[in-house]
Design a binder for this molecule. Structure first.
Ligand code: HEM
Length: 378
């Protein structure tokens, strides 16, 4: 017991001695780091410091610099970058349709990656599946009216040349556009980065070159076919009956039926010229524009959406123009159709030809006495 009290006493004495010593060591530590005499403490960093001031008040803290970079969309800084927006390193805040309110570059990225790519891609896939389902349920349409062997000129040489140069440019633009948009999902894993990089670079270049060609050929196609695509009362009847697609007989139509006219005004005119106009902005070929990043972002979003919708519409056109309708492709290849074909698919046009209102031949005369190729007879 005695020992316990003795050690307790000793402990108590020791801690008293230390406490008395502590203020001395803190004082000596403070004395040790005290600023030298005459030292003036730098001003504390202020929120509106310039970077130069901050470098003095808090060396290494570049917050003012990055704040200026982030705000350069509203208050352009100075840089030796080339181009119109050299002082704008990050664009100002904006909200594009479908994006959050954020800097313009990020807003554009959100629209592209969260809307255009997933929904545009799904729409294209659904269209292909729907056309395949239609083909396997209905098969190739037509062939119900016997052929007479007498031919009618449906497309002149010029109309076919305009059509196929336009179709070729469109196909190149569509394929290169699809690779630029979706290639990283299905081609990059197969080809690897180097080959994929070269392929996309080559296709992007082809896309930029084919664009102006498509612009010209589209205008020629529009001017060439506009007269026979003007709406008439018959189109309304055709629309209301769905063209007779799900009935026994096709609804009578003029040279082009209402479905083709929708493709013409919706696809060739509206979407076609929107894709071309926004494409020429992206190619920086229109005079008088500053081509700022915001302009390019808006042009790209319009271009991509219009191109996706145009591809959906022309997938339908290409389907009808290849396997969807018997001998339709031959019409655009040779320019000629049999009277039976004209009667079945464009009865009012056929009636006009028989009545002599429209010539059966608009370019070089056809030899009526020579029967059509027997093989063509179904
Ligand atoms: C490889 C793709 C294409 C194929 C296989 C194709 C096939 C056809 C066929 C067979 C016809 C004749 C239809 C009929 O006799 O009524 C036709 C007509 C037509 N095609 Fe195409 N086409 C293609 C691409 C395009 C493109 C890209 C455009 C325009 C952007 C286009 C615009 C037209 C127009 C304006 C007509 C005349 C019919 C009308 O004015 O409605 N075609 N096409």
């Amino acid at each position: 017991m005695r020992n316990f009290f003795a050690s307790l006493l000793a402990l108590l004495t020791l801690s008293v001695a230390c406490a008395q010593a502590a203020p001395d060591s803190a004082a000596s530590a403070a004395a040790a780091v005290a600023p030298p005499a005459g030292f003036v403490a730098p001003a504390l960093p202020k929120a509106d410091d310039s970077n130069a001031q901050r470098a003095k008040s808090q060396p290494g803290n570049n917050a003012p610099f990055w704040r200026a970079v982030h705000g350069s969309g509203d208050h352009a800084g100075t840089s030796n970058l080339p181009g119109a927006e050299k002082g704008v390193l990050i664009q100002s805040m904006i909200q594009y349709p479908g994006s959050k309110l954020t800097t313009a570059g990020e807003a554009w990225r959100q629209v592209r990656n969260q809307w255009i790519i997933p929904y545009g891609g799904s729409l294209l896939l659904i269209t292909v599946l729907a056309l395949a389902l239609f083909y396997f349920s209905k098969g190739t349409l037509g062939g119900h009216v016997p052929y007479t062997g007498r031919l009618i000129e449906r497309f002149t040489y010029f109309e076919r040349a305009a059509h196929w140069s336009n179709a070729a440019a469109f196909s190149l633009l569509a394929i290169s556009g699809l690779v630029m948009a979706f290639g990283k999902f299905f081609l990059l894993p197969v080809l690897g980065a180097t080959l994929f990089g070269w392929l996309t670079y080559a296709l992007k270049t082809a896309h930029n070159l084919a664009g102006p060609l498509f612009a010209v050929s589209l205008l020629v196609v529009f001017m060439t076919f506009v007269r026979d695509n003007l709406p008439t009362v018959h189109d309304l009847k055709w629309m209301l009956k769905g063209g007779g697609l799900f009935g026994e007989h096709e609804v009578p139509s003029a040279r082009f039926n209402a479905g083709e006219k929708v493709v013409f005004w919706g696809g060739v005119f509206l979407l076609g010229f929107t894709v071309v106009g926004s494409g020429l902005v992206l190619d920086q070929l229109l005079p008088g524009l500053a081509y700022l990043r915001g302009d390019m972002q808006i042009a790209h979003m319009i271009h991509a959406v219009a191109a996706m919708l145009m591809m959906v519409l022309f997938l339908g056109h290409i389907y009808m123009g290849t396997v969807g309708m018997k001998d339709a492709l031959k019409a655009m290849q040779t320019g000629m159709v049999d009277e039976g074909w004209a009667k079945e698919h464009h009865e009012l046009w056929f009636d006009d030809i028989r009545a002599g209102n429209i010539p059966a031949q608009r370019s070089t005369p056809v030899d009526q006495s020579r029967p059509a190729n027997p093989a063509a007879q179904h």
